[in-house]
Structures are given as C-alpha cells and as structure tokens.
Design a protein around this ligand. Structure first.
Ligand SMILES: [Zn+2]
Length: 174
C-alpha cells in the first residue's frame, strides 16, 4: 500500500494517508499536490493515475495530537524487532510480547511494562521478574512520544528519504 505524506497548510507534517485517500482529498479540493511533488505512476487498465508522495492541505486544519495505538506491531517497531533480553533481532514470527512485571501477578498492559521478546527468552523468563529470572533488560520500555516520527520508522528507507526533508524543515522552523 502506497502511503502519502500529508502536510498541513503551513507545510508541517500532519499525518500519513493512503494514496486513495490522498487522491480523494485532491478531487474534493481539500488538498493539493505540492510543487516539489515526487510521484510514481500507477498503470491501471484504462488510465495512468499520478500518485503523489506528498500533498498539502488547502486550508488550515485543527490538529489534535494523535495518540500512538498500543498494539503488538507498534511495540515490535519501538523495540526494532529485537528481543529485549538477549538483544538479538528476529523475524516477527519468532517474537512474542513479554510483561516485564508478570501478567500473572497483575503486571499492567502498558507501554512501560511490555517488551519485545524472543520465544526462547520468554520461556526462560516465564512468570518471573527479570531479577528473579536473572535476566537483564536491554532497554527500559517507554511510551513513544512523536507519533509521526514513529510512523515513519515503519516504511522502507527509500520512501522515508523522500519525506525526511519535510520533517527536517519542520524541526528547523520550530
Ligand atoms: Zn531473546
């Protein structure tokens, strides 16, 4: 699925959307292609549609700070698909989630208590605390702050490199 970076009226990154949503916003006159557009062409049976990489809202929007969903995928991304006990990187199929303070002892389902863990380490830790299991946490789990920067990590580098400048410009400006 091709993603499009949506900028606010004042060129600040606002969100990511699907290319279909981006085209719809443009058709409805709610957004416009940027001058410095980077595009790929999608060949359909009858036509060629220009898909933007970056679009800009045609008017000022009221932005609310988006909260990052607390879910398995986002925890894996935060931990870079790396087991937080042995420090090795694994494919998703070999990973699971671990409650640092065990769930069986009412350890909560929160960003600060859940880490990415390989199945072997998870089995070894079982329902002990890291200290009881004599295991060391690679990095203390945290709640990611910047929603858009976090989302950026999910895309391949050849795509994010096309977007980076908008994030950099934004940082310089603020
Ligand atoms: Zn491990």
């Amino acid at each position: 699925m091709e993603k499009v970076l949506l900028l606010d009226y004042d060129n600040k990154p606002l969100n990511f959307c699907t290319w279909k949503k981006a085209l719809l916003l443009i058709l409805k006159g709610k957004a416009e292609y940027l001058d410095t557009i980077r595009k790929i062409e999608l060949i359909t049976i009858n036509d060629t549609i220009i898909i933007p990489r970056v679009i800009k809202m045609a008017y000022k929007t009221a932005v609310s700070n988006k909260e990052l969903p607390f879910c398995r995928e986002n925890i894996y991304v935060r931990d870079n698909y790396t087991c937080q006990y042995c420090g090795k990187k694994f494919p998703e199929s070999e990973l699971t989630l671990d409650h640092v303070f065990p769930k069986s002892r009412l350890g909560p389902d929160i960003w600060e208590n859940i880490v990415t863990c390989c199945k072997k380490c998870n089995q070894h830790k079982a329902d002990k605390t890291p200290k009881e299991a004599k295991m060391k946490l690679y990095r203390r789990p945290y709640r990611p702050k910047d929603y858009l920067r976090f989302e950026l990590q999910k895309y391949p580098i050849n795509i994010t490199s096309l977007w980076e400048e908008y994030f950099e410009d934004n940082q310089k400006a603020s």
